[in-house]
Structure formats: structure tokens, C-alpha cells
Design a protein around this ligand. Structure first.
Ligand code: PMP
Length: 398
């Protein structure tokens, strides 16, 4: 007789995979022009520079590059990341940072360090899907903060903080995923003041801030004195160097960093040593800012190509924004349209996007969609929009 094994943990079945993933799996065909994935343009990776950095560390320091290392991360990489933050207006020491395996891991570690089942987490509406999954795995109660074209509404935030007593606010204030929105400075100040008055953690997730190709930079929430001791800033090399490196970091107060380091020991001991040393080497040998200037120029052209064709491609009455950086444009079809239903037809026309609905913690807006403009050339974007226009022509409101 064979006895059944015990069931999976309830959290393993409670966090849903996305049905949209199944449709998007069909977009791996090379003929598809995809506005769906948040994939940095691979032809713009500095492959030669990174190959040189990996060769250098493996030639010169193979015994440390291939060895176990500390959970906090390589001191050289932490110093390089701290120097970039300091240069951008947020004084930071290497010791203020913990290196993480992508900034995604920073979200997992912070969740492990801060959240009990039932704790309330406030998020933007909509927000980054894999952050929602992370908080759901912890059994948190996720409450969306009403947001408009400029991001979350600080007045609504304060009301929710009073009513819900949340443990933390998770926000992506700059070139948000999925909307491309950027929170203006006055709202950042207001968010910092709410955190000061009512006592809550802020997780400020910023993987896109260095992809600004127009307008002026806005200070981090972490830079406002009111919130300095309660804000954790997370960052990543994924969008400015390469996501396959899986290198990110978190910057936060010592007590929380220590808890995250212990959670990290349980998760993966440390982030791959060779990747950390190669990235540190790259940052000391190469002018990343010069490389980024080229990437930003290319992304601006691609955004412009998308904006130039969207009016023709989307049904009359659609709305969309014009982000000053990042990777995404957020669009709303006229009321009554369903972007998830229309995706099948889009894929049949060899073009794809991500419907907006899964990015909402609750009350999804079915008419919304996210378009990434960075993965394809301007000519491909224009062709993709032609296909999208044909696909959406078969759809109408209701
Ligand atoms: N936060 C946001 C808002 C993201 O969009 C992403 C990746 N798409 C991440 C975190 C995770 O990025 P990574 O782990 O590659 O640093």
C-alpha cells in the first residue's frame, strides 16, 4: 500500500499563477513583436566590457571569485553602488548596503524580516506583480492606495494608514512598473511625512530611476529626513547593466539590514561571488554612465516611436501616458473594452502586450494594458503597432 504524501503548504496554492502567462507563452515565436516583457534591449548590453571584467577577475583573483563569500556582499561592489547613490544625492556608505540576488530578493528578504501573516501592506494601484506575489506568500493583507496619473494620492494614503494600521507601504515612485508613472516631489515629501507621523516602513523600489531620458530627477523618498530612518531603498543592476547578473541591493537602517542578512543566509547564503566581483570590476574599469547615455538615447527613440503610433493603433477614446524614462507606457482602452480578451487576437496577429488587470491587488481595471517600448527597434515598434491596430479593430466596447 502507498500512503499519500502530505499536501502542499496552503500558501503554495493560494498564490495564483497568471492565466495571462499561458497566453504570453505563445509569444516566444520569433515573428512576434512583443510589447509584453520587461526585457532590457539585449543588443545594448555591454557584452565586451562585461566579458573583460569576468576574465579579469577569473585571471587575477580566481580563488576568491570562485569561493563562498559573505552574506552582506562584496565590499567592492557595495562601495561602488554606494558611490553611485552618493553621486545622485543620497549620501551612502558601503556599510549601509546589503547585496541581494536581484532586487527581487530584496523584496523577499524584507518580507521575511517584516511581515507576519495578516499584516497589512499598502501598494499602489496598480503595482508590480511579483511584489504582490511576494507579499501574498507571506499571508499579508494587501490594500491598494488610490492612485492617479501622478502616482499614489498622499491624502488617501494617510486615511488608509489611520484606518488599516499597515506595517509597510511598498512603492515604486520613479517610472513605475507597470504604469511608467513618476511621483512628484511634493507627494514624496507628503508620503515621508505620513510615515513620520503614523509610523510605518516604506519600501522604495527603484530599478528604473537611472533610465531617465527627459525631465529632471526627483529626490528619493529615502532622502527626506522625515522618512530617512524608516525607508528601505532597493536598487538593481538589471536595467542598467544586465538582468542575468542577478545583482541588486537594499539600503536601510542597521536593525533591518541585520534581519535581512539572516534571512538571506537561509535563502541562498550569499549572491554569486563571481558575478559580484565582475560587476565591481566593471564599475571600476568602465564608464557605465557613458554606456547608459547611449542606452537612454535608444530608449527615448523607442518611446517616441511607440507614442507616435499609439493614436492610430488604439481605438478612439483610448488614453495613455508619456513617461520621461523607464520602460513602460500605460494605456486605457475606452470603457467596456477588455484588454485580456483582446490579447488572444493580438497574439494571433503576432503582437503582444500585458493586460493591466493582474497588476491590481483588487478591483482590476480590465480596459488597461502595459506596453514596454525598450525591447524592439523603432521600425519594429511601428510594425507592431500596425498589427495591434488590426487586432483591436475586431474588438469593441461591451
Ligand atoms: N521591482 C520592480 C518594480 C521590477 O519591475 C523588477 C523587475 N522587473 C524588480 C523589482 C526585480 O528586478 P531584479 O530582481 O532583476 O533586480
Amino acid at each position: 500500500m502507498r500512503a499519500d504524501v502530505p499536501p502542499l503548504a496552503s500558501r503554495a496554492t493560494a498564490v495564483a499563477g497568471s492565466p495571462v502567462r499561458d497566453i504570453l507563452a505563445l509569444t516566444a515565436r520569433p515573428e512576434v513583436i512583443s510589447f509584453a516583457g520587461g526585457l532590457p534591449a539585449p543588443e545594448l548590453f555591454d557584452t565586451a566590457g562585461m566579458a573583460a571584467a569576468f576574465h579579469a577577475v577569473l585571471d587575477e583573483a580566481p580563488r576568491s571569485a570562485l569561493q563562498y563569500s559573505t552574506s552582506e556582499g562584496d565590499p567592492g561592489l557595495r562601495a561602488a553602488a554606494a558611490a553611485r547613490l552618493t553621486a545622485r544625492g543620497l549620501p551612502t556608505d558601503a556599510a549601509d548596503l546589503v547585496v541581494t540576488t536581484g532586487s527581487q530578493q530584496a523584496l523577499s528578504l524584507l518580507t521575511a524580516a517584516l511581515l507576519e501573516p495578516g499584516d497589512v501592506v499598502l501598494v499602489e494601484a496598480p503595482t508590480y506583480l511579483a511584489a504582490l506575489q511576494c507579499f501574498q506568500f507571506a499571508g499579508a493583507r494587501i490594500v491598494p492606495v488610490p492612485s492617479d496619473d501622478e502616482g499614489l494620492d498622499p491624502v488617501a494614503l494617510e486615511e488608509l494608514v489611520v484606518a488599516e494600521r499597515p506595517k509597510l507601504l511598498y512603492t515604486i515612485p520613479t517610472f513605475q512598473n507597470p504604469t511608467g508613472r513618476t511621483l512628484p516631489a511634493d507627494r514624496r515629501q507628503a508620503v515621508a511625512s505620513v510615515a513620520e507621523r503614523h509610523g510605518l516602513w516604506i519600501v522604495e523600489d527603484d530599478p528604473y530611476g537611472e533610465l531617465r531620458f527627459a525631465g529632471e530627477a526627483t529626490p528619493w523618498i529615502a532622502a527626506y529626513p522625515e522618512a530617512a530612518d524608516r525607508t528601505v531603498l532597493t536598487g538593481s543592476l538589471s536595467k542598467i547593466m544586465a538582468p542575468g547578473l542577478r545583482l541588486g541591493w537594499l539600503r536601510g537602517p542597521a536593525v533591518l539590514r541585520r534581519a535581512c542578512v539572516i534571512a538571506k543566509q537561509a535563502a541562498d547564503l550569499h549572491t554569486p561571488t563571481v558575478n559580484q566581483l565582475a560587476a565591481a570590476r566593471y564599475l571600476s574599469d568602465t564608464d557605465l554612465d557613458a554606456h547608459l547615455a547611449m542606452v537612454r538615447d535608444a530608449y527615448r527613440e523607442r518611446r517616441d516611436a511607440l507614442l507616435a503610433g499609439l493614436g492610430e493603433a488604439l481605438p478612439e477614446g483610448s488614453r495613455w501616458n508619456e513617461p520621461e524614462g523607464g520602460m513602460f507606457v500605460w494605456a486605457s482602452l475606452p470603457p467596456g473594452y477588455d484588454a485580456t480578451a483582446a490579447l488572444r487576437d493580438a497574439v494571433a496577429h503576432d503582437v503582444a502586450y500585458v493586460p493591466g488587470a493582474p497588476f491590481f491587488a483588487s478591483d482590476p481595471d480590465p480596459a488597461t494594458l502595459r506596453l514596454s517600448f525598450v525591447t524592439h527597434t523603432p521600425a519594429e515598434i511601428t510594425e507592431g503597432l500596425r498589427r495591434l491596430s488590426k487586432a483591436l479593430r475586431g474588438h469593441s466596447a461591451g
